[in-house]
Design a protein around this ligand. Structure first.
Ligand code: TXA
Ligand code: MG
Length: 368
């Protein structure tokens, strides 16, 4: 099915937007979205992490539509979403003990487990591989949709390939309006970055992507879990391509050039101020991602500032991160500047997304 025929057969020149409250009302919105999923159409829906672009995971033609709408290469596997851990055996086989322990502790929630793929899931979902990524989201609208759809739903983040993930329905429309059938709009996502992806088939289990569940929390259940690779794969000359291209460098990237300092506090702010002054001296227009309490330090520098929330509240900073990147990207500036928020707790996911957005290149400062 081509994108244009999907648009025509739906009778919508644009994507159908269905507003829905956190309690799932009006029920007609979720009912319509379920009908569309069952017909093999593409439905964007809110999760607690980011908006997903869903299709019936057992329908290879529908899944093909996801790759087409996003412009995503077929060698990047999709995550399968379930309404509960009790459905795990329908999408994965030989589920290890550790998976049940993690599911018990973290599902529903922002954790994706890589497991052996069951035959009910077509190869296209898994980029032809023998494994499948599975998660049970906690967003009430996602849970209702998945329970009523009664099929596993394949859903990557609902953005064009290589672009910043969407945390609101309007971000989804900015990337995919007219290319997908429907979006369920339940307002902004609570976590703001994607799920943690844990490879349970590696020994010891390995975090492929840090996200909404912290490494410290995982280690409280599985003490030997290995953290994410210190460098973004695929950047060194002659290096083998990464196993999953989702782990690639420029993956969450704004269009505007972004420089990220891997530092915090006064040292980071001083470095950003210096960089901004240099850039402005050559006529460049500069934007900055800053915590609320840091914004004051940049007054008088003529930079456009996007605020992330209080610097001590990493949950708030994470929630705002992608929206702030999109906001600054929309100003048509020449240079964006940001700094990291440590490497612990949610700081690790923020660090990971900022380094990818900056093509894997972080600037370190002496003593930090
Ligand atoms: O929070 C999330 O995970 C969101 C929401 C919608 O659930 N989804 C999401 O999907 O971020 P996506 O496709 O944008 O990112 C999935 C990541 C990619 O890095 C992909 O390479 C990796 O998970 N992945 C999926 N299946 C995999 C597999 N079988 N083996 C290794 N990596 C896998
Ligand atoms: Mg994505």
């Amino acid at each position: 099915m081509t994108v244009s025929s999907r648009r025509a057969s739906d009778g919508h020149p644009h994507t159908l937007v269905l507003p829905v409250r956190m309690d799932g009302t009006p029920a007609s919105a979720i009912e319509r979205a379920v009908e569309l999923l069952r017909e093999g159409r593409l439905v964007a829906f809110p999760t607690e992490t980011v908006y997903g672009l869903g299709a019936d995971a057992t329908n290879a033609t529908a899944v093909e539509g996801i790759f087409a709408a996003k412009g995503r290469p077929h060698n990047d596997p999709l995550i399968v979403h379930l309404p509960g851990a009790d459905r795990l055996a329908t999408v994965a086989r030989d589920v290890p003990e550790a998976a049940w322990a993690l599911a018990e502790r973290f599902w529903p929630g922002p954790l994706t487990l890589i497991l052996p793929r069951a035959t009910a899931i077509p190869a296209i979902v898994a980029a032809g591989g023998e494994t499948v990524g599975v998660r049970v989201p906690s967003h009430p609208v996602a849970r209702l949709l998945l329970a009523e759809a009664a099929v596993p739903v394949a859903a990557p983040s609902a953005n064009r390939f290589m672009h910043t993930s969407p945390t609101t329905a309007s971000h989804v429309l900015a990337d995919l309006d007219g290319r997908i059938d429907c979006v369920l709009d339940a307002g902004p996502c609570a976590v703001g970055v994607e799920s943690t992806v844990l490879d349970l088939l590696a020994d010891p289990p390995h975090v492929l992507r840090p996200g909404g569940v912290t490494l410290e929390a995982l280690r409280a259940v599985l003490p030997d879990v290995r953290g994410p690779a210190p460098r973004v794969p695929g950047l060194e000359p002659g290096e083998a391509p990464p196993r999953a291209p989702g782990q690639m460098a420029r993956h969450y990237a704004p269009r505007t050039r972004l420089v990220v300092f891997d530092a915090q506090g006064d040292a980071a702010l001083a470095a950003m101020r210096r960089e901004a002054e240099l850039a402005r001296a050559s006529g460049a227009r500069v934007g900055m991602l800053l915590a609320d309490d840091e914004a004051e330090a940049m007054e008088g520098t003529g930079t456009v500032v996007a605020r992330l929330g209080p610097s001590g509240d990493l949950a708030a900073v994470t929630r705002r991160l992608y929206a702030a990147l999109r906001e600054l990207d929309g100003h048509g500036l020449d240079l964006l500047l940001a700094h990291t928020y440590g490497h612990e707790g949610m700081g690790l996911a923020i660090w990971d997304r900022l380094r990818r957005a900056a093509s894997g290149q972080l600037r370190s400062l002496p003593g930090q």
